[in-house]
Design a protein around this ligand. Structure first.
Ligand code: PXL
Length: 274
């Protein structure tokens, strides 16, 4: 039985981050502890006037308590962080709360479509590079990858050599493996590149028409659940892509649901197919 901890925000409404990670990873039969990085009334991707409570100062005491209680974890999975200072505290979690052989999974949730999310800047990106350096698996989308590498975002028209170069450079930052999302060599298809430091493997699905918010969190959560459950990185990356496609399809007929995807509809898909 595995126990993991995930560090990301609670967006009270918006179907992203912890409200997605907790149910999805639990659906894989994996005990999921949480460290909320911040509490927001909604996510920042389209709502106006959201509240934001930064929980950075709560993290050291939580970590200290767990150290005293000898609570440890098979994996630490990080997502959207409330402040760059949290990266230092996550370093401490890795050093003291991760079991021997445990894995660090980093989703550098900070950008999409070539733009940083509201509230993040280049200083935050520079700190995120330090967290990526400690990752066994880093799961950026193409926008996040290019921010981490301080390169211009290339939307389309690239080839395998370009993608493999991005993966190689992310490993040069210190990450051991890369799962790069949003890779597309053909406008009809989109998928992931999985790089282990030597070879790159791909998995593609037919592109869904609509761009959806929160799919990165569904993807990273499903990857984490499947991987901790014993699947290989390529199997977990492929299964997570299937779960994400199912969640988008479950939402396609409801244009009023612009702020996220109905991941709860795919919980049975996860339990049936894992
Ligand atoms: O889905 C990533 C995410 C998580 N948390 C918050 C966000 C976003 C993306 O915009 O705003 C608060």
């Amino acid at each position: 039985m595995s126990r993991i901890v995930t560090v990301q925000d609670i967006s009270c409404v918006g179907q992203c981050s912890l409200t997605v990670a907790l149910p999805i990873i639990s659906a894989f039969g994996v005990e999921t502890a949480i460290v909320p990085s911040a509490v927001l009334s909604t996510h920042t991707g389209g709502f106006k006037g959201f509240t934001f409570r930064d929980l950075t100062d709560d993290i050291p005491a939580i970590v200290r308590h767990w150290q005293q209680e000898k609570i440890d974890f098979d994996a630490i999975y990080t997502g959207y962080l409330g402040d760059a200072k949290q990266i230092e505290y996550i370093g401490e979690m890795i050093a003291t709360l991760l079991k021997k052989g445990g894995k660090v999974i980093v989703d550098p949730a900070m950008a999409d479509y070539g733009k940083l999310y509201t509230g993040f800047d280049k200083d935050f990106v520079r700190e995120m590079v330090k967290l990526v350096a400690q990752a066994d698996y880093v799961l950026p989308n193409l926008s996040e990858a290019t921010f981490l590498l301080d390169e211009p975002f290339v939307e389309s028209g690239y080839d395998e050599k370009y993608i493999e170069g991005i993966c190689r450079k992310l490993c040069a930052l210190g990450a051991k493996n890369v799962v790069l999302t949003g890779v597309s060599f053909d406008p009809e298809k989109v998928g992931v590149a999985v790089y282990d430091g030597h070879k790159t493997e791909y998995y593609f699905r037919t592109r869904e028409k609509r761009n959806s918010h929160g799919t990165g969190d569904i993807y990273a959560s499903a990857f984490t659940g499947a991987f901790v459950n014993g699947k290989t990185a390529l199997e977990a990356a492929s299964f997570a892509a299937d779960v994400t496609v199912e969640a988008i399809r479950a939402t396609n007929d409801d244009p009023s649901h612009w702020y996220g995807v109905k991941f709860e509809k795919v919980i049975p898909y996860i339990t049936k197919n894992l």
